[in-house]
Ligand binder design. Structure first.
Ligand code: ZN
Ligand code: ZN
Length: 103
């Protein structure tokens, strides 16, 4: 008999672990919604993070948001434009103010 123990099989599957509940501005709902932040783990390695909207069940990339414990809001991560210094959301590549593209 050469069976692989079940727990080894299961430990290789990615698992999602609840990290934080909060609110965020959902790009699908276009309004503030309650949401949960998750980590995806495979074995002991972090595979990624995402935020799931409670209203539309849509998933957003965790790196585009940063949890603020004071307000319990996942604030969008912003980048500042190298040309005009305006702040832009992390999921855009073109400056909203001067319309220059990063890529
Ligand atoms: Zn939503
Ligand atoms: Zn700009």
């Amino acid at each position: 008999m050469n069976l692989i123990p079940l727990y080894i099989l299961f430990s290789r599957l990615p698992r999602r672990i609840e990290v934080q509940k909060g609110t965020f501005r959902c790009p699908h709902c276009e309004s503030m919604q309650s949401c949960t932040g998750y980590k995806v783990m495979r074995n002991k390695n972090l595979e990624g993070e995402f935020i799931e909207c409670h209203a539309c069940q849509g998933k957003q990339k965790g790196e585009d948001f940063k949890y603020n414990p004071a307000t319990q809001v996942f604030d969008p991560v912003m980048w500042d434009c190298p040309y005009c210094k305006a702040l832009n959301p992390n999921n855009t590549f073109r400056c909203r103010t001067c319309h220059k593209s990063l890529v």
